[in-house]
Design a protein. Sequence first.
Length: 380
Amino acid sequence: MNRRNLLKTAGLAIAGSAILPFDALARTSNENQNSLTNDNTSLLVSDKRKLGKLEVSAIGLGVQNMHRTYHTIVPSRKEMHNIIQSAFDNGVTLFDTAEAYGPFECEKILGEATASFRDKIVIETKFGFNIGGDGRRSGGLNSDPDHIKKVVEASLTRLKTDRIDLLYQHRVDSSVPIEDVVGAIKDLIKEGKVLYYGLSEPGIQTVRRAHKEHPISAIQNEYSLLWRGPEAEIIPLCEELGIGFVPWSPLGMAFLTGAIDVNTRFAQGDFRGFVSRFSPENLVKNMLLVDLIKKWGIRKEATPAQISLAWLLAQKPWIVPIPGTTQMTHMKDNVGANNVKFTATELQEFTNELNAIPISGERLPAGVQAMSGVEAALKK
């Protein structure tokens, strides 16, 4: 696959979700870190948080990679169902997907797995890419109001449900006024097919314009110890407007789990091989962050993944990360982060150390990055 085609595929596969499709292979090299968890991996996510008016578990589950892992392996569908069902049993009530994941397959997997407890959970999915009914990706974005409504009808069928709890615009379409997008969503809300809505990786002014039309419940952006960009404008804006925040890739493409080291090289087709923060020279520099997380993991008797997620949870009471995985042990490890608490003093100490570590390299290739922070066309 050449670089141009990879970026086209990656733009659909990674944009916004919650998370990039990271297979558990990257984490197996540090399975011994689980020995630090004490009882954290067996405890329920008992805490609840609000995304606008929508109440969810403090930690969600992203299912983006459940149709095919980052390493192109097709996981056992039955095991993906088991992971989703076990996440619910462990207190998770927020499940994230999108039509673009597969396309379509991850919505199907989630619908199949959650049918027996659908009314006890919150399902969020996304529209916004130009994907035909046959699953063929035509390229580019499509937030035409009629297209949005067709996508929602198809998503409802795949998810085996009569409503989408939280519907995101996956990426802002610069050719369609956000007022028209929200207008279509309002129609869907009136019909009971959508309950709440959000935006993923939006421009600041687009958020303000959308929120004036109808309150936004959540914004979904990449946010982690590895990428803290939303702290500049998006998170303050969420606080100002009362919007929840859902970090995708909260474990930094598996980097924050401690599974990647300075000798890691990515296989052909692995998206991380095209991300400059994971280049050999930048891995050496950025490993200081992993060292910090591991040090605090020992101090707090937690895994690196749990420390990374717990730090996010400590930032604001309306932040709800959605780590994804295709392995049961990792799902339970992530859930255990809810039980790792920082005191105010510890949080300040950790953050001071974090601030002293510069991150080298860009978070995404330029072609994918260009889809973030986009402003919608002005309404004429």
